[in-house]
Ligand binder design. Sequence first.
Ligand code: EPU
Length: 354
Amino acid sequence: MDSVTESDPTLESDLERLNVQRDVPLATRNTFGFEARAEFLATATDDASLIALLEFAEDRQWPVFILGGGSNLVLTRDIPGLTLCLGDTRIQYADAPGKRVHVTAGAGCGWHALVVDTLAHGHAGLENLSLIPGTVGAAPVQNIGAYGVELVDRFVSLRAWHRPSRQFMTLGPDDCAFAYRDSRLKRERGDWIVVSLTLAVGGDTPLVTDYASLAAQLAKHQDGAITARTVSDAVIAVRQSRLPDPAVIGNAGSFFHNPIVKAETFAEIAREHNGIVSYAMPDGRIKLAAGWMIDRLGYRGTRRGAVGVHQEQALVLVNHGGGSGEELLVLVREIQGAVKDAYGVSLTVEPLIV
Ligand code: EPU
């Protein structure tokens, strides 16, 4: 890899003082399981260690890469400079208006661990987002969403280090400019390091059960009352039936965004493609199911060497083992080209490609 370390007399003592590891394999730290290495890697456990680690890298003009759960990442090369993980996994609760509760979690907490903890405390609100891989710190960056709920629907605020102004800042919903799988944090990637996230749960937070596959799963168990816990169980069942477990088969969830088109464009596409699955957006535009489009082109279950398209969900690309990020990108371009030719629509990649 391109090394950032040439004649640096204080390097060794700084590495030891700050607990920075050298040449760290990342295959178990990205859910595709791609082989790559971090030149240096460290975990910031609190504000002070975050600032010290950033200073250490900035003094040397090293690049800094923030690594969460590695569940939305395609590694095509080694990462030069400092790879930084967030180690705060605490979860705290505080009373809020409307009998709701504000739950604040450290960026290093696993997202699903937070969902489980809120449900164990009896607070509804995050059940539709059960089993989403990744960390709490990454969740607001792409405004995670599933089965009719997005992070923005429960968002109160987040605390983040702003690298350009060198200070911690608390951002509310408007500051974050959330949109479908998007936020200001994503658009200004590199400037922000999320350290904690506060969400509103419990009280009168409504259950959301109208997403088609979730409703069908809930209907199978009509015997008892529908609670946050039964919704969570149903979401987990749907996810497990359609989405591959990264511990078993490498993947990063949905690989492409569902494209959003104007109503007129949709009318043209729908005339040619009978039965295309779509959702009306509040602004009148139409979101198309990219998985449906890719599936109809015959890609579901396709394999190209060690990488391929998941057998049960054409929006999910997989590494069957031993594949590489470069290999995957060849398949990605092929699918994007085929969808463009057939539907006239460009597919945007969801994970970060490094
Ligand atoms: N479909 C097919 N064939 C496929 C895949 C999907 O015909 O191979 C059809 C389905 O039958 C359904 C429609 O396409 O009618 C939509 O499929 P699904 O409900 O599985 O949802 P999705 O649009 O493919 C989105 C999110 C998922 C989220 C689900 C449920 C994006 C990019 N993906 O997928 O998020 O879990 O809805 O809310 O918005 C993720 O971002 O990593 C992710 C998994």
